[in-house]
Design a protein. Sequence first.
Length: 204
Amino acid sequence: MKINTNRWNKIRYTLYAPGYDILGKIFFSSRKKSIYNLNIQPGEKVLIIGVGTGLDLEFTPKNCLVVATDITPSMIERTIKRNKVIGLSLEALVMDGQNLAFSNESFDKVILHLILAVIPDPVACLKEVERVIKPGGKISVFDKFVPKNQRVSLIRKILNPITSALFSDITRNFESMASQTSLKIEKDIAADFKGKFRILLLSK
């Protein structure tokens, strides 16, 4: 039986929503650095997939247009509430990151923070990003992946059914996922927990 499904993600993240910010703030520095790498310009249209409670909003420039999506309605509600204080030009939508309801080449920048290790089909998500971003557009990724050029360890394989059910997959290889698209890796920076998390900058 497949554990990591959209239905299960909606259930668990609805339960996690009230306390999500407590753990989410651990990664503030990496979120900020990842978004800074995008060099968002005035008037650009920015897509945040898997926005959660909106922890990325405070690092996003106010002179751009932001569209934020998440599959969990309670997360979108918290994002909208957070933005009432921050004041971005924001449209927040309940949407599946594997099947985006946007036109081709409609965004300048995309933010993928802590979503590719959670979403059931990360390759489908990346292909959708590739579709909706403009040529020359940039994508920031911050997440946990198997270290580059390393195989998935036995302990990861053993623990993954548990971690996938509770929070995220720990066996995903970013290079393997990205190779199924034409997206190019421009930067790869070791981040939290001694590099178990990485910040990547991609371009189309």
